[in-house]
Design a protein around this ligand. Structure first.
Ligand code: PMP
Length: 352
């Protein structure tokens, strides 16, 4: 810390992103990226837009916002385009966070954004089976943040359970982070008409293969989105760059490609889980583009390190209750075959 860093942030422990190694080519299954490249229309749109980079981007991200809203049956005024959904989360915390509650095991950025914005927070323990129990979130008197599916467990709440949380907290914003919703969970978007306290975040980073472009959305009532715009225009009016907005619009036009890819990921997930079970693994019933698994004979950290030494990168969290697990992004069938081959060899080695 330099002697100029303000006391305001002296205690801040920043978020640690998943490794992005440059030393060698890994089978990269650690940051839940898509194994599929963006669709051809996205590449063409980005190239065309690059010719206009001398001009600022549209501060409203109008075209992509209208198209995204229309895809959900909503108005443009009910969505806000952001620089990845991380920015949507931060704006929401800034706008609505007096006190916060979120699960003790969830996306690691929630406590960081809370600390950044000096918002006190309570972590609600997951139940023994790593599930979020909706009744634990009733009448807390705090803004609630829940990833659905949750990360890194991949487990979902039903729409009925989310509705119960919304009903039990009518005077608090309930933020549902749907980063992984396209891999088998049910979106809360259909509840928007009934609950003015519902705010949703979605991202183009996962199912739409645009992690490197940074595009996310906040989705909510016109009033909530107006508040988020107040924050946005006080932070970074041109938060979505021209090439990203063009990429997002093109991706929406080729939605069939991304839906097909999501189906493939779900098939690969089921196949990989079945194969891992044959090797003695147990795991959660993930509805995300990752698996969360453990093996009785090998700790999570040991497995992570041994896989890394063999060129396969997965994610391990040094956190009580989940340190036995690794989180494995579901990639292509070929990537999963390498993961399984190397895992089997590691287990054989451990038994020998
Ligand atoms: N929410 C969750 C639960 C995530 O895992 C991630 C990805 N790390 C994000 C939000 C943010 O993703 P992005 O900023 O790429 O949209």
């Amino acid at each position: 810390m330099s002697r100029f860093f303000t006391e305001k942030y002296a205690e801040l422990v920043p978020y640690t992103p998943g490794e992005q190694p440059k030393d060698q080519q890994y089978v990269k299954l650690n940051t839940n990226e898509s194994p599929f490249p963006p669709s051809p229309g996205v590449l063409a749109a980005v190239e065309a837009e690059a010719k206009r980079l001398q001009l600022y981007s549209d501060p409203e991200s109008g075209e992509v916002s209208r198209a995204f809203a229309a895809s959900l049956g909503l108005k443009q005024s009910q969505v806000l385009a952001t620089n990845g959904s991380d920015e949507a989360l931060n704006f929401a915390f800034m706008a609505f966070g007096r006190e916060l509650a979120f699960p003790d095991i969830s996306y690691g950025f929630y406590p960081v954004f809370a600390a950044l914005n000096h918002i006190p927070y309570t972590e609600i323990p997951l139940r023994e089976d790593l599930r979020i129990a909706a009744e634990d979130y009733e009448g807390l008197g705090k803004m609630i943040v829940i990833a659905n599916p949750n990360a890194p467990t991949g487990l979902c709440l039903s729409l009925g359970e989310i509705e119960a949380i919304l009903k039990a907290n009518p005077d608090q914003v309930v933020l549902i982070d749907e980063a992984y919703v396209d891999f088998g969970a049910e979106s809360a978007v259909k509840l928007l008409g009934e609950y003015d306290n519902l705010l949703i975040c979605q991202t183009f980073s996962k199912s739409r293969s645009l992690a490197g472009a940074r595009l996310g959305f906040a989705i909510g009532s016109e009033a909530l989105i107006r508040d988020l715009n107040t924050i946005k225009y006080s932070t970074n009016p041109y938060n979505v760059n021209r090439m990203t907005a063009a990429a997002g619009l093109a991706a929406l036009r080729e939605d069939f490609y991304y839906k097909e890819n999501a189906r493939t990921i779900m098939e690969n997930r089921a196949w990989t889980m079945a194969e891992l079970k044959k090797l003695g693994f147990a795991g959660t019933d993930s509805r995300s583009n990752f698996l969360f698994v453990r093996h009785p004979a090998l700790g999570g950290e040991a497995l992570y390190k041994k896989l890394k030494a063999r060129g396969v990168l997965v994610r391990h969290f040094k956190k009580p209750r989940i340190e036995d697990y690794v989180r494995i992004t579901v990639g292509s069938r070929e990537q999963m075959a390498v993961l399984l081959r190397e895992t089997e060899a590691i287990l054989k080695e451990a038994q020998a």
